[in-house]
Design a protein around this ligand. Structure first.
Ligand code: NAI
Length: 489
């Protein structure tokens, strides 16, 4: 029996425009299209009910439709309040064969500009499969999670924890507004259904996690013995973090700054906090535009790398007075404090590309006496400071490459999402004989190499093949894998 599709997006009439973007993106996503060719007939994801929490962009639509082509049933929410492309969301709901009047696609719960309350409501919806025609008897929720930043995984873990404790804590350990919103969602769902999250957790076969910050959360759960299901760290596939995090941001950071402000980057002083994968791509992009780039780091290895790459490395305090554009890419908290914000030049631009908004103390700014917020346009705010100077804050301190632009382009996301699909296959199909325990794994190197291989033709790359004697000489098979696991690329 099939029931009407449930979903919540901004405007279904954007579906046609969204479909055009998806068609063009498919051409730029050869890895995902190759997986459709390889597995579209055998449909190895049949039976998988995937709850997805990842920026609902055009590229993600191609990922979702690949999962569906491989047999999966999917529900989706975005993992950020500003990152949804409303056309892509609408087109995913309508589906490639449906119409606006009779959507035949995937239940998506995402729109650009959600409140935090709406965001966590959307996340909750990807766990409610009661209206799905495809789920088996007794199933209450998904049996797989595809996560970006770990919010979906967090909701299940917290829901189960409080359910077992009998209630949501009255005085939470974390006093942030966002945590109180999460607790409200859980309080409602615990009251409504007794042992909902415990059942959901028991059914989940595994999670595949997209980003550095979400992976960090997973290792914390595993370290404390709290991880409820196996996890694959997609971020640390070489073809993910050394490509998406670096080359993706090299494209989407300047794109976000340009769309938000249109200031000339050349000649300006740009400060990049953090010289990890995202920081490296950010610094390179700003230098490419002719900016003078200053980097900060806490890790001596990364600091030395930045110096060797030709960047000045110093603290934010020392650089503060000369910087025109600030970019945080650390995945850490409070990297830019209210004091820093108060000391900045007039109309300095403040942008974060790390996963969460607490890299910049926006909460502190909001409660600063005498500070006034003026909306220039959506996701661009001038803050008039008590000093009489102003600063420009992009996307309220949230991922500005997705909030002010459309995130990373298709080709690089094809690498990331091909890893995602392979990781879903690994946990759904190949997790036999207890291969994966409640720990965090990375994909084997031969799959990492496969992802890269699938993207060579489109760029006209001609690969050299080892001769058998050469292969024997360096001790690797002719067909790979070519590097030891600890090789760093
Ligand atoms: P990473 O771990 O490679 O780099 C982070 C760097 O920040 C490290 O080198 C660390 O030593 C440094 N750091 C930590 N605290 C610092 C501080 N107080 N001051 C200066 N440096 C500090 O992580 P990666 O992959 O570069 O990711 C960074 C963040 O970006 C994460 O939150 C990740 O989830 C997010 N991300 C965002 C993307 C986007 O599209 N905007 C894409 C991929 C990742």
């Amino acid at each position: 029996t099939s029931t009407a599709l449930s979903f919540k997006v901004a405007d279904l009439s954007l579906a046609e425009a969204g479909r055009h973007q998806i068609r063009l993106a498919e051409h730029e996503m050869p890895g995902l299209m190759a997986l459709r060719g390889e597995f579209g007939a055998s449909k190895p994801l049949t039976g998988a009910r995937i709850a997805g929490s990842l920026h609902m962009t055009t590229q993600t639509a191609v990922l979702i439709e690949t999962l569906v082509a491989l047999g999966a049933d999917v529900r989706w929410a975005s993992c950020n309040i500003f990152s949804t492309e409303d056309g892509a969301a609408a087109a995913t709901v309508v589906g490639p064969t449906g119409t606006v009047d009779a959507p035949a696609g995937v239940p998506v719960f995402a729109w650009k500009g959600e409140t935090l309350e709406e965001y966590w409501w959307c996340t909750e919806q990807i766990f409610d499969w009661s209206d799905s025609s495809a789920y088996g008897s007794g199933a209450v929720g998904p049996n797989m999670i595809l996560d970006d930043g770990g919010d979906a995984t967090l909701l299940v873990h917290k829901g189960r924890e409080f359910e077992l404790a009998g209630a949501v804590p009255a005085t939470p350990a974390d006093a942030s507004h966002e945590y109180s919103v999460i607790l409200d969602v859980l309080r409602r769902s615990l009251n409504a259904s007794g042992e909902r999250w415990t059942k959901i957790a028991a059914e989940i076969q595994g999670v595949t996690e997209e980003t550095t910050t979400g992976v960090h959360r997973l290792y914390e759960f595993a370290k404390n013995g709290e991880l409820l299901f196996p996890a694959i760290n997609v971020n640390d596939s070489v073809t993910k973090s050394k490509f998406d995090n670096k080359y993706g941001i090299r494209h989407s950071l300047p794109d976000g700054i340009n769309r938000a402000t249109d200031v000339l980057i050349g000649g300006k002083v740009v400060f990049v906090a953090g010289y990890g994968d995202v920081g490296k791509g950010s610094a390179e992009a700003m230098r490419g535009q002719g900016a003078r780039v200053i980097v900060s780091e806490i890790d001596p290895i990364n600091a030395l790398q930045a110096a060797m790459d030709g960047f000045q490395v110093t603290t934010i305090e020392k650089a503060l007075a000369e910087v025109d554009i600030f970019v945080t890419s650390t995945g850490n908290e409070n990297v830019i404090t209210v004091e820093h914000l108060m000391g900045m030049k007039h109309l300095a631009i403040v942008a974060n590309v790390g996963h969460f908004d607490n890299e910049i103390d926006i909460a502190g700014l909001e409660s600063l006496a005498g500070a006034e917020r003026v909306e220039i346009k959506a996701q661009v705010h001038e803050w008039r400071m008590p000093s009489g100077r102003s600063i420009l804050v992009l996307s309220e301190g949230r991922l500005m490459n997705l909030g002010n632009a459309t995130g990373h382009p298709s080709f690089v996301m094809s690498n990331s999402f091909t890893n995602q699909v392979l990781a879903q296959l690994e946990l759904w199909v190949n997790n036999t004989e207890g291969k994966y325990e409640k720990q965090v794994y990375v994909l084997p190197k031969h799959l990492d190499e496969k992802v890269a291989r699938l993207h060579l033709d489109a760029l006209g790359v001609v690969l050299t093949t080892l001769t058998p004697t050469q292969a024997a000489y360096i001790g690797v098979p002719v067909e790979g894998p070519y590097k030891v696991d600890h090789y760093r690329y």
